[in-house]
Design a protein around this ligand. Structure first.
Ligand code: SIN
Length: 546
């Protein structure tokens, strides 16, 4: 398959003409992984510059409702948490990495408390809730359904008062700078200062996920896959990008943006019903509403199809009076905005894109294929989630592997102050003779085609058609130099959409969140990873053993 030419940098630049900044460790992204990485690198003695394309609180982390999975109860065990994680992952996760993750849970929660995190308590202990595919109640939450907001508040507060950490908001990372195939910083664009070159001895990519590549998503506007696209252009491998998790329950109000209705609502006893008012999950899985997300999302899709509807409903009318508002104050407020009173009304829901499971290949120490580049959080493929992420494991992953990335980056940077000297680098792409497409239209059309053809259910012919459609847009969009963040985002979205679709077309089986109607079963031959890399003018697809 011949795909559109992919250039090394999205922007033209010349190091002789741009302002330069220097740091030991550059962190790209201000979600849980980026902030935790910055704190760990600073603690290890490095000077840190953290850049984020919006403000520090705008991230998927801040929007997270459900919580942080952690074993705190002696009736539970890290072995059980690991077993649940691995069962969900459908044989594609790395048991050693999963062990690292779950064993760190309690210490991470204790550290956050030391830093001032206020988790919800019951009888003097942290109150742990339940979510799908967990065999125990181990979801730590804050202010009912505002766990991510609390986590962001605490981590950003810690970073803000650390003299070793500088934070630049509204600073867009356009590309990772490389010299002799090693990362040496980033070419960036700042809302006030324009283009800048940031030179670093080590760089941590923690730029989040891909949800906005789909029309319906729980993710904030910033989740446009920039980090994956940057990493591909710089020469890193992506692993299993086809594994995109759809959250079963987002509020469905025609014309309004989709908003998450936490899985914790089902954990508290919320029931899914179809338009006839019948519960249906027991027909699909013996765990009912608490089956894993892939199963619940597909069950909802199947009900919607058989009823010819656009959504199903979440029913919490049986909760004791006042319980829903007390446990889920923000979701209750969201419902109120649309005149839905969960005590008396059904809540209309449908699945939407939630989490990019695949990502930049990261080793146990978070290093990537590129010397000096580390990856953590949703942008990374750290071997934890395999083909399906267990609920509330991602905030924990951000804490554990974000901390690891910070330590690794500080070690790689060496003694404080030894930042690299600027090297003479430049990039110049000649003007394209092709007509410009309307970028807003391309972005919306891409989101629609991805939701339609690369969503919960996929098939070979529609994936092939989608590759051709994206190739066409890419020919007219990736050959040009733009000078605005929304344009760079659209270019990144096209690149990542192509990687997701190529991998989905390649994986001729169904496993976890990747369901192919033309190959509805898992196949032993596909118990492997799919890796994507940039090679000359193509994206190259390969297989790697688990
Ligand atoms: C939720 O609250 O349902 C989201 C939690 C997660 O994605 O892990």
């Amino acid at each position: 398959m011949n795909h559109v030419a992919r250039r090394r940098y999205l922007t033209n630049f010349d190091t002789h003409r741009l302002p330069h900044l220097f740091t030991d460790v550059l962190v790209i992204g201000s979600g849980v992984a980026g902030l935790r990485a910055a704190l760990a690198a600073a603690e290890a003695g490095a000077d840190v510059l953290l850049i984020t394309k919006a403000d520090c609180q705008t991230s998927s982390t801040s929007w997270a409702q459900g919580g942080i999975a952690a074993v705190l109860d002696s009736a539970d065990s890290t072995a059980a948490h690991a077993a649940d994680t691995l069962a969900c992952a459908c044989e594609l996760a790395d048991p050693a990495r999963v062990a690292t993750l779950v064993q760190a849970g309690a210490a991470q929660i204790a550290e956050l408390q030391d830093w001032g995190a206020r988790f919800d308590m019951r009888d003097g202990h942290i109150a742990a809730g339940r979510e799908g595919a967990h065999s125990a109640s181990r979801i730590v939450h804050a202010q009912g359904d505002a766990t991510g907001r609390e986590l962001s508040r605490v981590l950003a507060g810690q970073a803000g008062k650390n003299p070793r950490i500088r934070i630049f908001e509204h600073c867009f990372a356009i590309d990772i700078l490389t010299r002799d195939s090693a990362a040496v910083g980033a070419v960036t664009w700042h809302a006030r200062h324009g283009h800048q070159l940031i030179w670093s001895s080590a760089t941590v990519l923690a730029s989040g996920g891909v949800g906005r590549i789909f029309r319906e998503t729980t993710n904030p506007l910033v989740s446009t896959g920039d980090g994956l696209a940057m990493a591909l252009r710089a020469g890193a491998r992506l692993r299993d990008p086809e594994m995109v998790q759809f959250h079963p329950t987002t509020l469905y109000i025609a014309g309004a943006a989709r908003a998450l209705i936490s899985e914790a609502v089902r954990g508290e006893g919320g029931r899914l019903v179809n338009r006839a008012g019948q519960r249906f999950m027991a027909r699909y899985d013996e765990r009912g509403e608490l089956a894993s997300r892939d199963i619940v999302s597909r069950a909802i899709l199947s009900e919607m199809r058989s009823e010819g509807g656009t959504h199903v409903f979440l029913d919490v009318r049986h909760f004791p009076p006042g319980r829903f508002v007390e446990r889920f104050p923000n979701i209750a407020e969201l419902c109120r905005d649309f005149d839905i009173d969960p005590q008396h009304d059904l809540i209309p829901v449908r699945p939407s894109a939630h989490y990019g499971i695949g990502g930049v290949v990261a080793e146990a120490d978070t290093s990537t294929d590129i010397a000096g580049l580390f990856a953590c959080g949703e942008v990374a493929s750290a071997g934890i989630h395999g083909a399906n992420r267990l609920a509330s494991n991602s905030l924990l992953e951000g804490l554990v592997f974000g901390g690891q990335a910070g330590r690794s980056a500080a070690a790689c940077a060496g003694p404080h102050g030894s930042s690299p000297r600027p090297a003479p680098l430049s990039h110049h792409l000649p003007d394209s003779p092709r007509t410009a497409l309307d970028l807003d239209d391309v972005r919306h059309s891409l989101q629609s085609v991805m939701s339609r053809n690369v969503g919960i259910e996929r098939s070979g012919d529609r994936l092939t058609e989608t590759i051709e459609i994206i190739d066409f847009w890419a020919r007219y969009v990736l050959d040009k130099v733009f000078d605005a963040p929304t344009a760079w985002e659209t270019q990144n979205m096209l690149t990542v959409a192509q990687a997701i679709t190529l991998a989905a077309a390649t994986r001729c089986e169904s496993r976890g969140v990747h369901f192919r109607s033309d190959h509805p079963e898992p196949r032993e031959a596909w118990r492997c990873h799919i890796d994507i890399r940039r090679a000359e003018d193509q994206l190259q697809v390969g297989r790697e053993p688990v």
